[in-house]
Design a protein around this ligand. Structure first.
Ligand code: MTE
Ligand code: MO
Length: 539
């Protein structure tokens, strides 16, 4: 078929895809809000991409890694849709075959998400049928127009717009074509393209907005939630916080707290419907409601949380005051049976973490089920309404957000989310230190200035922090008064900065007397090592 129609065929394909997605969103709204095909596909991609690629995405896009993924998916959909349109034009029903394949993939993706019931299949199925019909009809009109005798088609090669507004008004049709055979099909093609395109846009955006609105109603639920007062609060000793511009604050504000998870959209969990199931190798299966949990009494704990993906000197660490209940109190209600050595905590979104049972039962370790963070209910993106926090273990093996279950089991029998993806099943944190100020690329004027930052060795505590300037001897920094061994400390060292470039290296020594490992190792499989080195320019 004539190549000059390929642009219009691609446009038909894109409109068909738009109708596919809009219809799916509309059906999802009624049938299965979690089963949006695009989001389901995105989640499958997140779960499937190999670990190095994922690290690359996190380091390249940071907090925007998920937006980048969705944009990438959108581009892929545009390309596939255009190809489907052209294929359907050149060799029907190959385009329809592409739609069916896309529908099958979305269907599989929706059905395999955590907690998906049979209803999760409906949006993808509805989208496939509607999108396929529109594509078939549009391309049939285009083929009739292209095949019409005497119609040479557009005089100039029309360039399809990015948005399918009013291509019919383009000066592409000469008088003979307008009245000749095929003009009915041409008008039908453009008319339906415009109407279908515009409706897809309206319906798709509208349905998504309504689905999103349900999460803003959850935000209102969270805002109205009043947690019982804490039985005990964290004592902050004098000198716990240094007053140095540019240093990490002792407690990281919730809005600045790093976020790492595999959830493409923040899971919505209503505390009124929340249940925690403790099962597996237990004498007594236990099921708790949110009121049961907070009714056990809340205490405040200051704990620094660390991500295994944090590079030396990186931002994926934060300190907060958590309000919660010891995990051991809940586990003891269920009475773990002998032989168990692991607790597999599960999130509503399917994420799992493997934590040694011994750590969670240890009376001297403040492993908690947290419901509050820095004086508020947990923020939605930090695991509302309940998450786990365990001092001294990386987040991926302990800090399950949107918690739904604790399965008492063994490391031999069960595997957590990250274990088959290149990370260790057990991962105590590697203690570390960081220079916060001054920063690389931020020249400072010569004179006396503080070098300052934070250091953490959860459960053990920081003994001292040492700084080496231009490879000279290690100088001991001054520490803030620790809140506890589970929180980071701030440190500073006054420095007479002379003009030029200077190499600053920081390392910590923990209370066991161990010196921070100097050798650089990557974040996988169990956390980065190395000293934070910073090049500072003094002017
Ligand atoms: N449900 C769920 N919980 C999760 C994760 C996740 O992907 N899904 N990521 C874990 C990881 S890797 C870390 S480091 C911490 C991060 O917690 P934050 O986002 O509140 O800082 O959450 C943990 N809990
Ligand atoms: Mo993490």
């Amino acid at each position: 078929m004539r190549r000059r129609f390929w642009g219009w065929a691609a446009l038909g394909g894109v409109v068909g895809a738009g109708v596919f997605l809009a219809a799916a969103e509309l059906v999802a709204l009624v049938a299965s809000p979690e089963a949006s095909p695009l989001l389901a596909l995105g989640s499958v991609v997140i779960d499937a991409v190999p670990q190095p690629l994922k690290e690359l995405a996190i380091t390249t896009f940071g907090e925007y890694d998920k937006i980048a993924l969705l944009l990438g998916l959108a581009v892929a959909v545009l390309v596939a849709a255009s190809v489907a349109g052209v294929l359907q034009f050149v060799r029907p029903p190959l385009g329809i075959a592409v739609v069916v394949i896309a529908g099958g993939l979305s269907l599989a993706a929706s059905l395999t998400r955590a907690g998906a019931g049979p209803a999760a299949a409906v949006p993808a199925a509805g989208g496939t049928v509607t999108g396929g019909l529109v594509l078939w009809w549009l391309i049939a009109r285009l083929r009739a127009w292209a095949a019409a005798p005497g119609d040479e088609g557009p005089l100039e090669q029309p360039v399809p717009h990015a948005h399918e507004g009013e291509p019919a008004e383009r000066p592409t049709v000469h008088a003979k074509g307008a009245a000749g055979p095929g003009s009915v099909d041409r008008r039908a093609f453009f008319g339906v393209t415009a109407i279908a395109g515009a409706s897809a846009l309206l319906i798709g955006v509208g349905a998504r907005a309504l689905i999103t609105a349900s999460s803003s109603s959850l935000a209102a639920v969270r805002k109205a939630l009043r947690l019982p007062a804490a039985k005990s609060s964290v004592a902050i000793p004098a000198g716990a916080e240094l007053d140095i511009p540019g240093i990490s604050p002792l407690f990281t504000p919730n809005a600045d707290f790093y976020r790492v998870d595999t959830a493409l959209t923040v899971p919505s969990v209503d505390p009124a419907a929340w249940r925690l199931v403790i099962d597996g190798m237990v004498q007594q299966r236990v099921e708790l409601t949110f009121d049961d949990l907070v009714g056990m009494g809340l205490d405040e704990y200051a704990i620094t949380l660390t991500c295994v993906s944090n590079e030396v000197g990186g931002p994926l660490v934060g300190n907060a005051k958590w309000l919660g209940v010891p995990v051991r109190d809940v586990l003891r209600m269920a009475a773990p049976t002998p032989g168990a050595d692991m607790v597999l905590s599960r999130s509503v979104d399917g994420f799992t973490a493997s934590t040694p049972l011994g750590s969670l039962l240890d009376d001297d370790l403040d492993a908690i089920l947290a419901v509050g963070m820095n004086g508020e209910p947990l923020p939605l993106e930090h695991g509302f309404p309940v998450r786990m926090v365990v001092p001294g273990l990386y987040g991926y093996v302990s800090a399950t957000k949107w918690l739904s279950g604790l399965k008492v089991t063994t490391f031999a029998a069960d595997e957590a989310y990250w274990t088959p993806r290149g990370y260790s099943a057990k991962a105590p944190i590697r203690f570390s230190s960081r220079l916060d100020t001054p920063r690389t690329g931020q020249p400072v004027p010569a004179g006396r200035i503080p070098l300052a930052g934070v250091a953490w060795a959860q459960t053990v505590g920081i003994e001292r922090v040492e700084v080496s300037i231009d490879d000279s001897r290690w100088q001991q920094a001054t520490l803030s008064t620790p809140v506890s061994d589970d929180t980071w400390v701030q440190w500073f060292l006054e420095w007479d900065a002379a003009p030029g470039a200077h190499n600053i290296v920081v390392r910590a020594v923990d209370r066991n007397g161990d010196v921070q490992i100097g050798e650089r190792t990557p974040v996988a499989p169990d956390g980065s090592t190395g000293w934070h080195r910073t090049l500072i320019r003094v002017t």
